[in-house]
Design a protein around this ligand. Structure first.
Ligand SMILES: Nc1ncnc2c1ncn2[C@@H]1O[C@H](COP(=O)(O)OP(=O)(O)OP(=O)(O)O)[C@@H](O)[C@H]1O
Ligand SMILES: [Mg+2]
Length: 205
């Protein structure tokens, strides 16, 4: 493993970097050998472009996301601000101040949803709690713009499942998250109905 590697899963590697003297990270999408090389490059390039665009659009919608410094489409790499803080997952695991934290998560999600953006992979490992108490959303690689109520419902359902599996015992915090979401989101009822519908489907299929 590279010594500067700080994260990443099956698709990408995240490395420490520097950009014009600023602390940065570089997220690089790695080649997949099982795909034809030309097709593979096209897929990785278009995902790189899409992720950078979503990170920017989510910021424009008012959510805190990393500042994008540079996009190297050919190299499938995004250089962005290194957000200082702790993963929300680690904060919740160590019993941090969870209700206030969860309320800010709910507001951030409401802001991106109101802008028609779904995140696509809302887990507490894709959120960083900054020193000042702000929550920064990262990892928009599964997200999309022009999201509909179904996409947003899936976002919330996945997050609820992530909470119940990774953070059992934090039901009150999750309720605080949803309460903040409901207060901030325009027409939240439509999305909340979707969440219930999706849950019902899961039960019977
Ligand atoms: N801008 C950033 N600032 C600080 N740390 C970051 C930043 N971006 C990513 N990280 C760290 O790297 C980890 C992995 O990043 P990310 O979630 O974007 O990749 P991933 O989960 O591999 O995504 P993919 O679904 O594309 O494979 C994060 O959990 C976080 O610890
Ligand atoms: Mg991630």
């Amino acid at each position: 493993m590279r010594p500067d590697r700080i994260g990443g899963g099956a698709e990408a590697e995240v490395r420490e970097a520097e950009y014009l003297g600023r602390r940065a990270v570089c997220k690089v999408r790695l080649p997949k050998r099982y795909r034809h090389p030309d097709l593979d490059a096209r897929i990785r390039q278009s995902r790189t472009r899409a992720e950078a665009r979503l990170i920017r659009e989510a910021r424009r919608a008012g959510a805190r996301t990393p500042v994008i410094y540079d996009i190297d489409v050919a190299g499938c790499a995004i250089t962005m601000e290194r957000v200082e803080g702790r993963l929300v997952k680690d904060v919740l695991d160590s019993g941090g101040d969870d209700e206030a934290l969860c309320a800010s998560i709910g507001r951030a999600i409401a802001m991106i949803h109101d802008a028609g953006i779904c995140h696509g992979d809302l887990t507490t490992s894709n959120m960083i709690l900054e020193e000042g108490g702000r929550v920064c959303l990262i990892d928009f690689s599964m997200g999309r713009t022009s999201a509909d109520a179904e996409d947003m419902g899936v976002d919330l359902r996945l997050l609820e499942r992530a909470f119940s599996s990774a953070h059992p015992g934090l039901e009150r915090s999750y309720a605080a998250l949803m309460d903040a979401y409901r207060r901030r989101k325009r027409n939240p009822e439509e999305i909340l109905r979707k969440v219930e519908e999706i849950k019902g489907r899961g039960r019977y299929t």
